[in-house]
Design a binder for this molecule. Structure first.
Ligand code: FMN
Length: 266
């Protein structure tokens, strides 16, 4: 007598049931992932804000790891400026103004003429958000958001200047996509250290601050304005120079810095 088949008891709709279970599991998983993304979005936005504030505090020279970021940030004065005139635009609330979002709104932004768009920014907002540090009521440090193309990616950072608007106190990049071990030298503390005390404009008003190829030579007459590049990653360094050139130029923070120097933006 033949042995009964092991599968003889299997239900005929096995394939349909398997597909149904697979469909149910995939629907369940995708709704879990979607819910997690929606629920975690506010936390991500908050973390990004804290990280940006931490970077601002760092270039402001006010960062203290043991302290609360929000508490420390109270000593920073965010101000919106009109980039064309360099004047404060106090009708715009700095607490809610987002220049990166404004750059995408035609009425709130301008196209950068290609001949001056050395940092490949494309469009920029008409207004910028700058951060001031005061000592005894007087401006002590000016923190300017900067951005532009490196080799592979857009770099986002802050340049901090002393009250004279002509001396660098620090530079930081909080977002970039340059190659680890090559272009990411821009975030290394030792390289940032090289910027401290560098000058921006010479006596004739020409912008001379830039990253050079290789090391700044001891007999470079512009050594006070030049920062070492990194061998094998010259193109990211060139990107940083272009970012400085655009943002400290007439189409960037130039008018604001002139106002500061003239005492017109106290
Ligand atoms: C995979 C790969 C990644 C690279 N990443 C960078 C980078 O992030 N930044 C950079 O300036 N150069 C990078 N380079 C090197 C550039 O292509 C270029 O050779 C270099 O910037 C020139 O600098 P040098 O004249 O000092 O050699 C990379 C090269 C390769 C092959």
């Amino acid at each position: 007598m033949p042995e009964p088949s092991r599968t003889s008891g299997a239900r005929p709709d096995t394939v349909a049931r398997t597909l149904l279970v697979a469909l149910f599991v995939s629907l369940l998983c995708s709704s879990l992932v979607a819910s997690a993304a929606i629920l975690l979005k506010p936390r991500q936005v908050e973390n990004a804000m804290v990280e940006m504030r931490r970077n601002i505090l760092e270039v402001a020279g006010l960062w203290a790891p043991e302290a609360e970021v929000d508490e420390l940030f109270e000593s920073i004065e965010p101000r919106v400026i009109d980039l064309e005139t360099g004047a404060y635009a106090d009708d715009i609330d700095p607490e809610v103004y987002d220049p990166l979002a404004a750059a995408k709104v035609p009425a709130q932004s301008v196209e950068i003429p290609s001949e001056i768009d050395v940092a490949k920014v494309g469009r920029r907002a008409k207004h910028a958000l700058v951060y001031l540090v005061r000592r005894d009521g007087e401006i002590n440090r000016i923190i300017l958001p900067i951005s532009g193309y490196g080799l592979w990616s857009t770099l986002y950072g802050f340049l901090a200047l002393e009250a004279d608007g002509n001396t660098v106190s620090d530079i930081t990049f909080y977002a970039h996509g340059e190659t680890p071990g090559l272009g990411d030298f821009i975030v290394k503390p030792a390289w940032r250290e090289l910027w401290r005390g560098k000058r921006t404009f010479d006596d004739s008003g020409a912008l001379e601050l830039r990253v050079v190829k290789g090391r700044v030579s001891a007999d470079d007459p512009l050594a006070d304005y030049h920062v070492d590049g990194v061998s094998g990653a010259t193109l990211t360094g060139n990107g940083v120079s272009n970012i400085i050139k655009y943002w400290l130029g007439d189409h960037g923070y130039g008018p604001f810095l002139e106002n500061i120097e003239a005492g017109e933006s106290p």
